[in-house]
Design a protein. Structure first.
Length: 304
């Protein structure tokens, strides 16, 4: 393996840990998805410019980029609200790997919005990814009926994937004139505007009480999460300079890493991630994550 591939795998480790921190914070430090969305939005808005200033500097997008940045930021923020609510109520070992299924929507959206055609042969591997997504949501209570018709985790997870796939595709026209780090910074600014706009609707009832009582307790963990995610992005962006398809394919291993971490933690102390299943369930979910990884590799045509 070449050096940049190891960097992509290191990025996957950082992203796996950051998604674990999402679950840990929602389970133990700030038990309200809406309060978490608000506090992380504020922390990210304040911290990210400082990190960017020291690493690469802040650039101003050109006039044509602002619409793409604004729409991408708005849709990404909406996806985050739904993601936090799902992560707070469902298994970490299901939700985190399921986010790797974005490729299911990236392919058709790329064709519809950017006229990028991957070929009809990718349809078979998209079915593989979908099958893997279904396996991720199985637990001891699952029946054929609940898997097919009443699968809230699958439906909500795929909705998040659709929203984020659309948000990420909007970066392509912008990245021709703006660095990836700066695109994410300005998208965060747009997302922060969503936080401010939604405050009257989100900051009430339990979310307000949790934010007032637990924000100081949660803030150090949120800052750690943001630093971990930022480090992961640096490794990812560096690896992408050598090969975007291979880097994106290797990042698909996040699903397997998340399930392995969940299995280990569930045996040490199930309260850490608020889940514990039989080894069989974790094996089925690992198979699902593996199918998604295989599908991503074949769809993107990555050759290692």
């Amino acid at each position: 393996m070449e050096a940049f591939m190891f960097l992509a795998l290191i990025a996957a480790v950082f992203f796996t840990f950051s998604s674990f921190l999402d679950k840990y914070i929602l389970s133990h430090k700030l038990q309200s998805a809406d309060a978490y969305f608000i506090l992380q939005g504020v922390a990210s808005f304040l911290l990210y410019p400082l990190l960017l200033f020291f690493f690469s500097g802040i650039s101003i997008p050109n006039a044509d980029a602002w619409l793409f940045i604004a729409v991408s930021g708005i849709t990404a923020a909406i996806g985050l609200i739904i993601y936090y609510r799902l992560m707070g109520s469902a298994d970490y070992s299901a939700v985190s790997p399921l986010m790797q299924a974005r490729i299911l929507f990236t392919i058709p959206l790329s064709y519809l919005l950017l006229q990028e055609f991957y070929g009809f042969e990718v349809l078979a591997f998209m079915l593989v990814v979908f099958a893997g997504s279904v396996l991720l949501t199985i637990d001891e209570k699952s029946t054929l009926r609940t898997i097919i018709s009443k699968n809230r985790v699958l439906a909500t997870g795929l909705l998040i994937c659709l929203i984020w796939a659309f948000a990420n595709l909007l970066s392509k026209p912008v990245l021709q004139t703006l660095s990836a780090e700066n695109f994410i910074f300005w998208r965060n600014v747009s997302s922060f505007a969503v936080v401010v706009a939604l405050l009257p609707f989100l900051l009430k009832g339990r979310a307000r009480d949790v934010l007032v009582q637990d924000s100081r307790k949660a803030l150090p963990y949120i800052i750690l999460l943001l630093l971990v995610a930022f480090a992961g992005m640096q490794f990812m962006f560096y690896a992408m300079k050598y090969s975007v398809s291979i880097t994106e394919s290797l990042l698909g291993v996040i699903g397997l890493m998340a399930i392995a971490l969940a299995f280990i933690l569930s045996r040490i102390n199930p309260k850490i991630i608020a889940e514990k299943h039989s080894a069989k369930i974790y094996a089925l979910r690992a198979l699902g994550a593996l199918l998604i990884l295989v599908g991503i590799f074949n769809i993107l045509g990555a050759k290692i």
